[in-house]
Design a protein around this ligand. Structure first.
Ligand SMILES: [Zn+2]
Length: 385
């Protein structure tokens, strides 16, 4: 029986964020901070007094796996200072280093959320730095925030907001819109209610971070309508993310009532992060709604060894042609690189187990691997890489 190998298969990452070239060398602590999903810089403060085999305070499995892989890749000692030293040398030519890492894992394309970081990174510049093809989604929240400063009445706000979405969706590089409503008022989106939305709009104008739920729900529906008209994708952040998330309303099950509405039966929806840690809910939703898809980003690579379990769990129910690879990488190219390496490593183990159990041939297992790494993206987004 032949072992299934996915090494060298081309990869498209359907959810990540652009990053800027870092102009100065990293210190061990500053590098650790960039690797942390917690986005709480204080998590890593000092490495003083650390014993030889002691993990760095605040570090977890993902960081352990990344540092070990970097040490192997650089042929250096698995020691943070040694690793960061080599890294700093390589990163002197940041675009060359970024391209090298993308090429090493055959990462040929990515859908990027330019909504983070702010102010937005330049698309063409970033694409040039990675050597990969980059597509964009346009985040609705920064658009809402910028229009809210213009002193518009509610109707004018809504008209201009709708127009901005429609204009963004006309751009060939933009594959859809994205919402992070899960960070603000949660995924239990109610029907449009203009009266309540108008009241909440006033609150939003005063403070863009307030829940203002009826207003956000209203804007969510307009974005769904714009995607439906343009036949592009609505990306919805599902599951956990940074510490701001409305965790009690972040699981994909809250979306089901909205997604199965008759008016959205043709709307293409992409569940970003596959609802982690509620990925089985996302897997169920994509198994019953023809135009809803999911990715395995954020959980990959940030759950470390958990990626193997997650791939297996998602594919318990999700159709093979509804799931796509993702990383949510957001600060340094090592994240994009490790995302692919870890995913492939874990996926191969899952696939080989299926072959061993005689659920399928190794050829079919490999094809499923290719589907999730790039073929599904090509088919779903109708883009050939
Ligand atoms: Zn993201």
């Amino acid at each position: 029986m032949e072992n299934v190998s996915l090494r060298g298969v081309k990869v498209v990452d359907v959810h990540a964020h652009p990053f800027t070239e870092s102009k100065s060398p990293e210190s061990p602590v500053s590098f650790l901070r960039k690797l942390s999903l917690s986005v709480i810089p204080e998590m890593f403060s000092s490495l003083e007094g650390i014993e030889k085999h002691q993990p760095y305070p605040g570090s977890n499995m993902w960081i352990q796996i990344l540092l070990r892989n970097m040490a192997t890749y650089y042929s250096c000692e698995e020691d943070l200072t040694a690793i960061v030293n080599v890294r700093n040398q390589k990163a002197e030519d940041y675009p060359a280093y970024t391209k090298e890492l993308f090429r090493d894992v055959n990462l040929v394309g990515a859908i990027m959320d330019f909504g983070y970081p702010q102010p937005p990174v330049d698309h063409a510049e970033f694409e040039g730095m990675t050597g990969a093809r980059i597509w964009e989604i346009s985040r609705i929240e920064p658009i809402m925030v910028s229009l809210a400063t213009k002193n518009l009445n509610f109707d004018d706000f809504i008209n201009q907001y709708r127009k901005r979405l429609q204009d963004d969706l006309k751009d060939d590089q933009v594959v859809g819109l994205k919402t992070i409503i899960a960070y603000r008022s949660g995924l239990e989106v109610f029907d449009m209610n203009k009266e309540d939305a108008e009241k909440d709009y006033e609150k939003f104008v005063r403070d863009e971070r307030v829940p203002a739920k009826a207003f956000r729900d209203y804007c969510f529906h307009i974005a769904m309508e714009a995607c439906t008209e343009a036949d592009k994708f609505m990306h919805i952040h599902t599951g956990i993310g940074d510490g701001e998330v409305v965790m009690t309303k972040a699981s994909p099950s809250f979306l089901l009532d909205t997604l199965r509405k008759e008016k959205y039966k043709d709307t293409k929806v992409h569940l970003v992060h596959g609802g982690y840690p509620w990925m089985e809910e996302a897997a169920f939703i994509v198994s019953i709604l023809p135009n809803v898809y999911m990715d395995i980003s954020l959980q990959n690579p940030f759950s470390g060894h958990g990626v193997e379990r997650i791939i297996s769990q998602v594919l318990e129910l999700a159709p093979f042609d509804k799931v796509m690879y993702g990383s949510d990488a957001f600060t340094v190219p090592e994240m994009n690189w490790m995302g692919v390496k870890l995913f492939i490593d874990c996926f191969e183990r899952v696939l080989n187990e299926w072959v061993k159990k005689d659920y399928m041939s190794s050829e079919k297992a490999k094809f499923i691997g290719e589907m999730i790494l790039y073929r599904n993206f090509e088919k779903i987004y109708n883009i050939t890489v």
